[in-house]
Ligand binder design. Sequence first.
Ligand code: HEM
Length: 527
Amino acid sequence: QQQEQEQEPPKPKQRNLLDNASNLLTNFLSGGSLGAMPVAEGAVTDLFGKPLFFSLYDWFIEHGSVYKLAFGPKSFVVVSDPIVARHILRENAFCYDKGVLAEILKPIMGKGLIPADLDTWKQRRKVITPGFHALFIEAMVRIFTKCSERTISKLEELTESEGQVIVDLEAEFSNLALDIIGLGVFNFDFDSVTKESPVIKAVYGTLFEAEHRSTFYIPYWNLPFTKWIVPRQRKFHSDLKVINDCLDNLIKNAKETRQEDDVEKLQQRDYSSLKDVSLLRFLVDMRGADVDDRQLRDDLMTMLIAGHETTAAVLTWSVFLLAQSPTKMRKAQAEVDSVLSNGAITVDTLKKLEYIKLIILEALRLYPQPPLLIRRSLRPDKLPGGYNGAKEGYEIPVGTDIFVSIYNLHRSPYFWDRPNEFEPERFSVPKKDESIKGWSGFDPNRSPGAMYPNEIIADFAFLPFGGGPRKCVGDQFALLESTVALAMLLRKFDVELRGSPDEVEMVTGATIHTKNGLWCRLRKRRT
Ligand code: HEM
């Protein structure tokens, strides 16, 4: 292990004059003016058979941490450098919008936070962020517990006769995350853990289409009449209608029982006595937040999609990693047994589940959700110089499409020791050397009080929830939700993979998930 630690990270390929000349020519031919930025020539076949972010990683090692990816006439700038990422996401964030991503998601999320134009985004972000206040999060912990209990009871029933069962945990986590997001965001109990319903089917249908659109390179769905002619588009529109009708009803009910109040008063409500603790209730009751129903529906739809698959994925990969590491599994179970020995789960008990939280963060490092952030420049910009192969700052013309590869940043051999190893402990090791950029250990003096090692502490080498003004609004929600669910699973079960880890192939749309499910053997623990 020590030897591994001291291994030199690979050096970006040295470019010679000929390479540079060919880059310039390719830039010129593909219509860009991205200067001498290295160019990775992608074959369309690179897009099939394996997730795109794998190829982006290989090209990062070959061409350095800012390069241009050219697919015929289409090109993207791929960024794997923390300084450049910080510039795009935080320092000059408003020079960029969500580009291709917004185009894909607009038909589903309308003017919700993710695809919204800047003016709508500014207005809605100001209204939505206060909704995630401390008492709301506390109330959510009760919802996380209740929903996780439902999943655990179902799994206990399945193991009853033989003491063990083989299940697809990815599917179970997906149902659990859907139930939680429904109750937390708009007080609707999908109860997908125990039943099927047209609304649940419609949600999965819509997620499936969102994924199809994010991996299909020709937006045929924008052509006239496709929504009537192409069967999958017809189905998509009918699924969307089922969800929209459901959300419209919930909004109507919430408005009929509206109790206007100031943000401060709403944040002090006695959440323990409220029947409806959802974010929708807060948004509707907020004085001065008069908003048309269409916008509210877009907000809810956005959070349903942004908060569902991401959380299900982090739980899936946490278990995948733990199941291959029996010592870490036992360490996690020992922590859970000692912290949860006396009953109810609260925000305070959750703070003591330090190791579980680090497991979740380490799973997010290795399998970031989403693996790429997508941006498009609204004005010309000049990127700052960065590290490895990105020392010069490049000019970015207006309309440039950019992928900030979180996957590459999180597995960068330049910023992480043993980047591909699962080591939750890495986040609690004291920082070795102040002069080393990126993540080289935990520095408790930086950003004291931070709930988790975040992008600020890691100088943008670690971006589990993005960074800058478009950072995830649900980070605390998601982290506590995953902590509760994982802790409750480990309290009751020992988990083993059914086959070999290599059989669990990755596929990716908006998030990284498995090709055929995460099939595990669960054995009831004797505690
Ligand atoms: C944005 C990750 C859970 C709501 C983001 C972004 C990331 C992210 C990386 C930034 C996207 C970008 O810059 O382009 C995650 C992960 C989650 C999670 C890993 C779970 C483990 C949630 C939950 C909610 C949520 C539970 C809501 C309850 C949002 C919204 C945005 C967002 C609304 C857009 C923010 C904006 O543009 O202002 N998320 N998220 N997310 N997330 Fe999350």
